[in-house]
Design a protein. Structure first.
Lengths: 412, 301
């Protein structure tokens, strides 16, 4: 009886998954179930679930997505022979801590992971984008990773570090325009002076990033202290697995390993915790299952969806229309007709703007001379614009000083 | 002969230079005539004081309430207003809006101005207000309360804030309240009002989506999240007077108060009362709100 199917993002960086919540879900399942009782599928396909989120659990013909939702589903539908999490018998204080620290991890923690693996341009080019390329079939590697990165950069912005990505793009453009090294092989200093210009974007952001990382790990260190599990429970709780997921991704050696270095500094309790969690899971064979290939039509459908989403202006309206925007709540109809109208309207306007731009590109340039084979005298001033120009040329405000070219003609 | 050769040579240039954004020469000459008349700079408004003896905090508030020093109706403004009051900083309030702020967000604080000191003219943005309160208040704020506070702050900044954003900005039942608070004071023009309303709602929607990292907003999830967060806050407050066993209320208490006060405030005509109902299930949070209110606004000043 194989009833619990867990769908996740596939492996990367030597870990079981590229995503922190997926790592956490895998670790929790590893603890709860015997490996015959569940299956793990690296489907890499968010469109499987109604919420467009992985990890997702398929059980009893229902989809549950997101780590927290999966845990609470398991708490209510757990089988008797499975080991349970200590989530069920916590004190009020521990329950409050569980919620607060889970929320802390999924906001601050995920912001830091976004910063180090996605927003940082070197890590993105050298590590994360290749990892996604290995997970996804061909045309989807153009749309999905970029969308994921855009979302991650927004998270970094929440931490006040969004400029890292923006700066990197400006930097890339500058790098393309000129040679980077001198003939002797030294790094050529950029034209604009100042140390900022010659440094990698990660280096300029390093001080603030370091501070955020240290604060984050100190918060977790203080929670764990000398206890085995974070909440002081005899067996692990869902918070322990979530923390494991985030810490494992934070330890990944990026080109500028600020997070990893901060985590591994001075025997932090967080690092010891990560090693302990890894040691506990050794020797467990994950019940991996091949994911069903998507097939060409479905791949092209997902690709087209992603491509439309990335059209500037229209993409957002498209996503709202496709995925619901705001779901109605207990009879409250939120998506009123005006809003839909505006959404559709802005999509139309966006497309019209693109069409107009293409159309204008095709027209002959505005203001260029059109009568170039007529006598030179008539071409000066507004006569260039034909009859209307000739009429306007009598107006005093259009009087112009003689152009250099006409003066030259007179003297010759 | 020579003139035609000259003409031919001169001609290819305008074609090369023609770009999307090149203004035709006659139009450029026309625009150069402007401005036709330049007015002298306006005088400062009569109500702006030339020397300020007390710092001024600029918040979202109605003009009458600002004179009486009542709480602002915007959570992040109220948070800092409460914090400065708790810190014992003497300040006066001004009604303002985002466009007036140097950072684009309220609140900000203008320190008391002294002539010949340019530093005193510089406004203090939100992220520097905590330090300002600690430096300029009477020393009765709690010392650092440890790192647990940061974890609990994420509950306020995400779960409760998302539910707040949904309730005020997106819930159709509260549309009238939103209009009265943020739209009507800004303008009387109908099209402008409609545009601002749309922009506000859209910004709130984006904020929630960014915070939940989902593609759709599910109000049931948001409310469940907020309720759990209130339960956790209630649990961590316990039977203490202030959060984290502090002897005096601090910034965290001010942050909690900024939401609980507005949710429970009878002066705001809430139609969607879900958050209000949740909060009333946690009497310890309600009495925490009452304690702060008494300390800051009813202490017989």
């Amino acid at each position: 009886m194989m009833s619990f199917q867990l769908h996740v993002w596939g492996p990367a960086f030597g870990l079981d998954s590229i995503d922190a919540e997926c790592l956490a879900a895998i670790a929790a399942f590893r603890h709860i179930f015997h490996h015959d009782d569940w299956s793990l599928t690296a489907s890499n396909d968010t469109s499987l679930t109604p919420d467009y989120t992985l990890p997702a659990l398929f059980h009893d013909d229902t989809w549950t997505s997101g780590y927290t939702n999966i845990i609470s589903y398991l708490r209510h539908h757990g089988t008797s022979d499975a080991k349970s999490l200590s989530d069920n018998d916590l004190t009020l204080q521990q329950e409050a801590d569980l919620l607060a620290y889970s929320s802390y991890l999924s906001t601050r923690g995920s912001g830091l992971v976004s910063l180090s693996l996605y927003a940082s341009p070197n890590a993105w080019v050298e590590l994360t984008r290749p990892a996604y390329s290995a997970l996804l079939p061909f045309p989807l590697t153009w749309t999905i990773p970029t969308a994921i990165r855009a979302a991650a950069v927004e998270k970094a912005e929440n931490l006040g570090m969004g400029y890292l990505a923006a700066e990197a793009e400006a930097d890339e453009a500058a790098a393309k325009s000129g040679a980077e090294t001198t003939s002797t092989g030294f790094l050529r200093l950029r034209q604009q002076l100042g140390p900022r210009k010659s440094m990698q974007p990660e280096q300029t952001a390093a001080i603030r990033f370091q501070q955020l990382a240290d604060d984050f790990f100190t918060t977790l260190d203080d929670l764990r202290g000398s206890r085995k599990y974070l909440l002081g429970t005899p067996s692990p709780s869902s918070l322990d697995f979530l923390t494991y997921g985030y810490l494992a991704l934070m330890r990944v050696q990026t080109p500028y390993p600020i997070l990893a270095r901060s985590l591994q500094a001075k025997g932090r309790p967080s690092m010891q915790f990560l090693q302990m969690m890894e040691a506990e899971s050794q020797g467990y064979v994950l019940p991996r299952q091949e994911s069903k290939p998507r097939g060409l039509p479905r791949t092209m459908y997902v690709f087209a969806d992603g491509a439309i989403e990335s059209i500037a202006g229209a993409g957002e309206s498209w996503r709202r229309w496709r995925r619901g925007g705001i779901q109605s709540d207990e009879g409250e109809e939120v998506q009123d007709s005006a809003q839909t109208l505006v959404a559709v309207g802005s999509a139309v306007v966006g497309l019209a703007a693109v069409a107009a731009a293409v159309f204008f590109r095709g027209l002959s340039p505005f203001g260029a001379s059109t009568h170039r084979f007529e006598a030179p005298k008539e071409e000066t001033g507004l006569y260039r614009f034909g009859e209307v120009g000739a009429m306007l040329d009598f107006l005093p405000i259009f009087e112009q000083p003689p152009t250099p070219s006409s003066r030259v003609r007179d003297t010759i | 002969m020579s003139s035609t050769a000259e003409g031919l040579k001169a001609r290819p240039r305008p074609q090369e230079a023609s770009d999307w954004f090149t203004i035709p020469a006659p139009l450029a000459r026309l625009f150069k005539k402007f401005p036709l008349l330049t007015y002298p700079p306006n005088e400062l408004p009569a109500r702006s004081p030339d020397i300020r003896h007390v710092p001024t905090l600029y918040v979202f508030i109605s003009d009458e309430d600002a004179l009486k020093g009542l709480p602002s109706f915007n959570p992040s403004c109220l948070k800092w207003q409460t914090f400065l009051k708790l810190a014992g900083v003497d300040f006066c309030l001004r009604s303002s809006n985002n466009h007036a702020s140097p950072t684009g967000a309220l609140p900000f604080l203008l320190p008391p101005s002294t002539p010949n000191d340019t530093r005193s003219q510089r406004p203090i943005a939100t992220n520097k207000l905590e330090q300002y309160g600690l430096d300029n208040g009477k020393p009765k704020l709690p010392e650092s309360l440890g790192t647990r506070l940061e974890a609990y702050e994420s509950l306020l900044d995400h779960r409760i804030r998302n539910a707040w954003l949904y309730t005020l900005y997106l819930s159709p039942a509260n549309a009238d309240l939103l209009t009265n608070l943020y739209i009507t004071p800004t303008t009387s023009s109908r099209p402008v009002r409609a545009t601002i309303l749309y922009q506000l709602k859209h910004a709130a929607e984006l904020e929630i989506l960014k915070s939940t990292s989902r593609d759709a907003i599910n109000p049931a999830h948001l409310y469940r999240g907020a309720k759990e967060a209130f339960r956790a806050l209630d649990g961590v407050l316990g039977d203490e007077e202030w959060f984290f066993q502090s002897a005096v209320p601090g910034l965290f208490d001010a942050t909690v108060f900024s939401y609980t006060h507005l949710i429970l405030h009878d002066g705001l005509a809430w139609e969607n009362r879900r958050l209000n109902d949740f909060l009333k299930e946690f009497p310890r949070l309600v009495s925490h709100r009452n304690r702060i209110f008494q300390r800051c606004w009813e202490s017989g000043e």
